[in-house]
Design a protein around this ligand. Structure first.
Ligand SMILES: [Zn+2]
Length: 192
């Protein structure tokens, strides 16, 4: 899977480790819940460089959802060591050996951990995500991401990259929580 390259596209930016890690976070979020929408999952794949059409069977989505549940544990890790323990377990139990592929010459050579280029979507998601998240831990010696601090949200997001450290997945969650905290403070200050 994931043999995506556009003629003239900026391959190195679109396939950077950070871009792949962000794709992982977006997919984990799209695959959370009892019945993930296959159309929404396909949209996320296309938005992150997959070349269409993306046809996902119910079985594909169910396997991807299982992979997403495992990957969520990496985002729950509070320290690099904790993230490493989870990643080592996933790498030991669910991925193949490190190999290079060019998808038959369609892309530059790059590393894969799935067993072959036609691996099912669930295996591809887990393997490509483990690879990107592992490199981020290696590069920064920090957990690669977090779960949104808003109890109403729980989306995962990638913390590494430019900008200050953040606790929320989005500006929307940060604003909602700030307004709620302000209301709580005001009602405590003037009871009744
Ligand atoms: Zn959020």
């Amino acid at each position: 899977m994931s043999s995506s390259i556009d003629a003239g596209g900026d391959w190195s930016t679109r396939h950077s480790v950070l871009t792949m890690a962000r794709r992982t976070a977006a997919l984990v979020n799209a695959l959370t819940g009892d019945r993930p929408d296959p159309g929404r999952v396909a949209e996320v794949l296309l938005a992150h460089g997959e070349t269409g059409p993306v046809d996902l069977t119910p079985r594909d989505v169910s396997e991807m959802r299982e992979a997403a549940g495992r990957l969520r544990e990496v985002f729950a890790a509070e320290h690099a060591g904790e993230a490493a323990v989870v990643l080592n377990r996933l790498l030991g139990e669910h991925t193949g050996p490190l190999r290079l592929t060019s998808h038959g010459g369609a892309t530059p050579w790059h590393p894969h951990l799935d067993r072959d280029d036609d691996a099912p979507w669930g295996e591809w998601l887990l393997a490509s995500s483990c690879l990107a998240l592992t490199v981020l831990v290696w590069d920064r010696q920090l957990p690669p991401g977090r779960i949104c601090a808003s109890a109403a949200c729980r989306n995962v997001f990638i913390t590494q990259g430019p900008g200050p450290e953040r606790r929320y997945c989005s500006r929307r969650c940060a604003t909602r929580e700030r307004v709620a905290a302000h209301r709580r403070a005001r009602s405590t200050a003037s009871p009744g």
